[in-house]
Design a protein around this ligand. Sequence first.
Ligand code: 0L1
Ligand code: MG
Length: 263
Amino acid sequence: MSTLDTTQIAELAEYLETCELEAKDAQKITDRFPDMDFEDAYAIQYAIRQRKLDRGTRLAGLKVGLTSRAKMKQMGVETPIYGFLADYFDRPDGGEIETDQLIHPKVEAEIAFVTKAPLKGPGVHVGNVLAATDFVIPAVEIIDSRYENFRFDLISVIADNASSSRFVLGGRAARPDEVDMRTLGVVMELNGEIVELGAGAAVLGHPAASVALLANMLGERGEEIPAGTLILTGGVTAAVGVEKGDAVNVRFQDLGSVGMRFV
Ligand code: 0L1
Ligand code: MG
């Protein structure tokens, strides 16, 4: 049951999207609207998405966030959430990320999926996801909450498109039966030093469970994950803050590495 009217939803979408596009801090929106609920929060996120589509931006995929214990503990929240990826979030492997376009970026090592068949909840499980997966590909997501010091509650962060801002895909893909995604090791290096490591099982026991969860959450809205969708399944480890001048390299067992420089 939503608590905001359409004018308030449009106003908040404009406010948060402007903060994203101009790289400036937003005030936590639940400070102004403490009774807001999940329905309001996703309505604002979808309004931000529609604003971008109306300007000719294309959807590049979807993401699920807060799917690992490390991430939940880091942010003090326990429920996975989802958001969308816009075409201009995409940056090339080995390329540069313009830090001035962001507020306070953090990097996350993720296993991404690309589907070859639609997935529609309820009742989607890991087996359905693996059967509908074309390939998996290593990814680094750059998140950038618009809220000061990444201090937010779940409702505010959902409205802010789950802190989405950039992503980088690696070049080596694998079919889902070619890798054991649960034991797939991930090592994150910042300026040549190992800062985080983990394995795919950190993401809800199996990264495919994150895709299943997404299909089931979208199913509640009568939506599906279409064939050909890129999905970031969530950080395997805690997110790591980066600054201008930093170089990030993440090595994924069997899937090569993904790197970028913050300039
Ligand atoms: O991708 C993510 O897990 C981010 C979810 C939003 C919470 C955050 O900004 O850390
Ligand atoms: Mg993420």
